[in-house]
Ligand binder design. Structure first.
Ligand SMILES: Nc1ncnc2c1ncn2[C@@H]1O[C@H](COP(=O)(O)OP(=O)(O)OP(=O)(O)O)[C@@H](O)[C@H]1O
Ligand SMILES: [Mg+2]
Length: 602
């Protein structure tokens, strides 16, 4: 049987390999060059249009100086007319050329912005679940939204400011070399001084920006936490302590931001004062030369020299004022590197697909230890599950049931031992293709914003109504769904209709069932249901479990009585294994758990 969602799976799943292979967060310049490589034609055109539109800044002083000399030396009126006519033309072209510049610049930047965001989400879909155990959702959101925006803004100001500066410096040096070559050394001495000045401050700016970004990420994590914890916080009257955590985080952002601002201000002010002084010096020297008739400097030359020197200084100030934004953008490039370069990727590339799954699941001497944990969460477990069998996992809280389930799904890779599916080593396959044959009903089901139908058929494309209804019936969910205002088309999820935990769980079961999986995983799937609903679902589940291997985690032992194999875990160790009738009389942990529950009349 060909499942609808299988046939609609996009053939080109991921295309980030190009981005991730050459993205080097620690070399932001290299990374930027690489990111804009595909945009080089647009970048070049944008730069050309910029130079044309920006030409008035060096043409105007030149013609102004010319005009002054025409007046001072009483030359012909026609030369004056030519000067003015050129000035008008050069000024008016700015408008269309500017539009062309922005068009090409923006296309290049928006393209890269889009590509970066796509690369990030694609990478996130490839990272192991282990990565998410370590990461905070708020921080990851910040990277996609804010860091990409920072990079976009940095490139935009680099493009505007950088082009202005290049034009200013090149124009000033070139015209001076042609018109007043004797003044060129004066200009050129300053260039290296400026370079030294900027590079000295760069490193400090970097650390200030990294500190600020860290605080912003920390704040995002806290905001995320606050919103998810809201019901618990309010229910326990913990508003004040929740607020205090937020105030602390905001305070850190404020202080780091202030330190950054002050540093930026010092940087800018120092740059401005230094270079204005140099400007005054230039005016003094040029005027003195003109006054004393030295080096053939005319009145027009004084105007020309001071405006070009001003332009040179302006360019330097502009470049230095870009430094904070550049530092911020570079910090964001490094931040994205944490995701794009994370080695924590599921190694699926170039591995063979798993086109079909029979359902035999074998564990041989499997051990798993969480990186941060002192001991193994799963200790040397072996299991032979035949296709269609029901395997129940029981044991006290923290005994390793969920860890075991995550090993079956392939979210976690065992450090020791081997897990095989139909006799094939699971680690040798593309796990994404394996998981198409699995359905999971997790401990806590999540519904997204959409209709009941969308939630049940998630990722499957169009599914006939009958299949949806059948799945809802099997999950004992149809009775409440038809009561909803718009039946299966009622919106549920965050801002949709409020449905209860048990109802949510039944939709999650329907979602699992409609996929007709070979391996079904129920991690306390029925724990949110009352006994009545549970027993109804139990009957439905039993029929559905018939042809597929099912792993069930349940605290209620009534759920697991019919299991073919019951695995009893304690602190990660498989302490007992067998069927209910045998285990209940074995006098071990299972019997204890069973008696405790019968006593509680559960
Ligand atoms: N991400 C993690 N990092 C470190 N240790 C973890 C992590 N997740 C679980 N553990 C530890 O591994 C052990 C097994 O946890 P697991 O979640 O598998 O238990 P469980 O049997 O499913 O418990 P419960 O019945 O409460 O759901 C516990 O000691 C737990 O503290
Ligand atoms: Mg668990």
């Amino acid at each position: 049987m060909v499942l609808v969602y299988r046939s609609t799976m996009p053939t080109r799943l991921f295309h980030t390999s190009e981005v991730e292979h050459r993205y080097i967060g620690e070399s932001p310049i290299k990374t930027l060059l690489y990111l804009f490589e595909e945009q080089k034609v647009r970048v070049l055109l944008a730069f050309i249009f910029f130079c044309i539109k920006h030409s008035p800044t060096w043409v105007i002083p030149l013609l102004t100086a010319n005009t002054i000399d025409v007046i001072a030396s009483h030359k012909s009126l026609s030369r004056l007319g030519i000067n003015i006519a050129i000035l008008i033309v050069v000024t008016i072209q700015n408008w269309p050329m500017n539009l062309l510049y922005v068009k090409f610049q923006s296309k290049a930047i928006r393209e890269v912005e889009n590509r970066l965001r796509s690369a990030l989400v694609e990478r996130m879909q490839q990272l192991t679940m282990g990565f998410y155990l370590k990461s905070n959702a708020g921080v990851l959101q910040t990277k996609i939204v804010r860091d990409v925006e920072n990079i976009e803004q940095m490139v935009r100001s680099l493009s505007d400011g950088g082009s202005t500066a290049i034009n200013g410096v090149v124009g000033a040096i070139l015209i001076t070399a042609i018109k007043v070559p004797l003044f060129l050394p004066f200009f050129l001495v300053l260039a290296p001084l400026i370079a030294i000045f900027i590079s000295k401050l760069r490193f400090k700016l970097r650390s200030r920006n990294e500190e600020f970004r860290g605080e912003i990420e920390e704040m995002s994590a806290r905001v995320n936490e606050m919103t998810t914890l809201m019901p618990i916080t309010r229910a326990h009257g913990l508003e004040q302590s929740a607020l205090q955590t937020m105030y602390d985080s905001f305070g850190n952002v404020k202080r780091a931001g202030l330190r950054l601002d002050i540093f930026n201000a010092k940087f800018n002010a120092l740059a401005w004062v230094t270079f204005q002084l140099a400007n005054i010096l230039c005016l003094g020297v040029a005027s003195y030369c003109a006054l004393k008739g030295k080096f053939g400097v005319t009145i027009g030359d004084v105007v020309l020299l001071t405006s070009f020197f001003g332009q040179l200084i302006g360019s330097v100030i502009l470049l230095s004022s870009l430094m904070p934004q550049i530092a911020k953008g570079f910090a964001s490039i490094r931040s994205l590197g944490e995701v794009l370069e994370s080695p924590d990727v599921e190694a699926n590339a170039n591995k063979p697909q798993m086109p079909s799954v029979g359902g035999a699941v074998n564990f041989s001497n499997v051990s798993y230890k969480y990186p941060s944990a002192p001991r193994n969460a799963i200790e040397n477990i072996s299991l032979v599950a035949k296709p269609g069998q029901m395997i129940a996992l029981v044991g006290p809280s923290g005994s390793g049931k969920s860890t075991f389930i995550n090993l079956v799904i392939g979210f976690l890779r065992p450090q020791k031992g081997e897990i095989s599916i139909d006799g094939h080593d699971l680690s040798k396959f593309d796990l994404r293709t394996y998981r198409r044959h699995i359905s999971v009903v997790p401990q806590e089901s999540v519904l997204f914003e959409g209709s009941v139908r969308d939630n049940v058929t998630y990722g499957m494309g169009s599914v006939p109504d009958k299949k949806v209804t059948d799945a809802l019936i099997a999950a004992n969910a149809l009775e409440f769904v038809i009561e909803l205002p718009e039946g299966v088309d009622t919106l549920v999820g965050e801002r949709g209709a409020r449905i209860s935990g048990g109802q949510k769980q039944r939709l999650a079961i329907a979602r699992a069932l409609i996929r007709d999986p070979r391996i079904l995983i129920l991690d306390e799937a029925t724990s949110a249901l009352d006994s009545q609903s549970e027993s109804t679902i139990q009957i439905a589940l039993e029929t559905l479990m018939k042809n597929r291997t099912t792993f069930v985690v349940a605290h209620r032992l009534s759920t697991v009585r019919k299991a073919d194999i019951i695995l009893v875990l304690d602190k990660g160790v498989l302490v007992e294994q067998g069927v209910h009738a045998d285990l209940v009389s074995a006098g071990g942990l299972y019997q204890q758990l069973f008696e405790a529950q019968t006593f509680r009349n559960d």
